[in-house]
Design a protein. Structure first.
Length: 182
């Protein structure tokens, strides 16, 4: 029996689905942790935004956000973003499992881009550079942010890989599309 005629689920969509599930689980656990142990990472966000453990260069310190209300609002926004990303990735996982590969790819892409924006633009760009988080020995999350950014990018590449000839044609979604066209 050749690979293309195998009755088993195509390998690439299965891989994309499992990797999407991995990202969904990770960010769901992060959001859950931030909700149930609000104070731990609240302190992290407050210190990064206040820039109170950086070198204290007066040319940079004007960027500091010292209002605890604004710091907490930023933290809540991060938690909301994480929660929505977890839900989007969970939906993508469900769609991969249902064999709806085209829409699963789109939904997974949105969720993975949400992670890349949060950890790339948010933590690496804004936290790391604008708020000089890289200067802090105590409140530096750049390594963790880089890991999540890279993990999300690798998963995004896998999600975007083209299916082998025949895999798309065997998907239930593609069969429905062909029935609607004809």
């Amino acid at each position: 029996m050749s690979i293309n005629k195998s009755p088993h689920r195509p390998v690439l969509p299965l891989t994309a689905g499992l990797l999407t599930a991995t990202a969904a689980l990770y960010i769901a656990l992060v959001a859950f942790g931030n909700i149930t142990d609000f104070g731990s990472n609240q302190q992290f966000v407050r210190h990064v935004l206040a820039m109170d453990s950086t070198f204290g260069d007066e040319d940079l310190m004007w960027r500091a956000v010292t209002s605890t209300a604004l710091q907490d609002a930023a933290y809540v926004a991060i938690i909301v973003w994480e929660t929505v990303a977890a839900l989007v990735l969970a939906a993508g996982t469900w769609l991969w499992a249902r064999g709806r590969f085209g829409v699963a790819r789109r939904v997974s892409t949105y969720g993975l881009l949400m992670l890349m924006l949060l950890f790339g633009a948010g933590f690496i760009g804004i936290g790391g550079e604008w708020f000089a988080m890289w200067q802090s020995e105590d409140w530096n999350g750049l390594d963790a942010a880089t890991r999540v950014f890279l993990m999300s990018g690798v998963i995004l590449i896998v999600v975007q890989l083209p299916f082998r000839e025949g895999e798309r044609e065997r998907s239930p979604e593609h069969q429905r599309e062909r029935e609607q066209e004809g």
